[in-house]
Design a protein around this ligand. Structure first.
Ligand SMILES: [Zn+2]
Length: 110
């Protein structure tokens, strides 16, 4: 006799969305869950690049937030920005402005 035989735990797994057995389910996969900003701790740092150019680098943001954040920060700073190796780079030194903006939308900033 199996451990849960005859109990409700013995039922085969069903889909949370359609209720069909998982083996019959045709639902599209759920989008990946986003981590809320208040659960993320971001690091911001101004760094010097080639030819003495300064960029503000934002690290440790969840990958799913990167493109939204980049757009927000670019607009707020009126500067160019790129995503590189899961970090966001904004042209120029905007550490204080970006720190305030990130905290306003709920991120924690180190
Ligand atoms: Zn389903």
């Amino acid at each position: 006799m199996r451990l849960f035989e005859g109990t409700e735990f013995d039922r085969p797994p069903t889909c949370d969305q359609c209720g069909d057995l998982e083996q019959d389910c045709q639902c599209p996969p759920l989008p990946p869950e986003r981590i809320p900003p208040e659960k993320q701790i971001l690091r911001i740092q101004a760094e010097k690049r080639k030819k003495g150019k300064i960029v503000t680098v934002i690290r440790d943001a969840d990958e799913l937030d990167l493109s939204d954040l980049k757009v927000k920060l670019k607009n707020a700073c009126g500067a160019g920005g790129t995503i590189k190796d899961a970090t966001i780079e904004i042209q120029g030194d905007h550490v204080e402005r970006i720190r305030r903006l990130l905290e306003e939308v709920g991120y924690r900033v180190k």
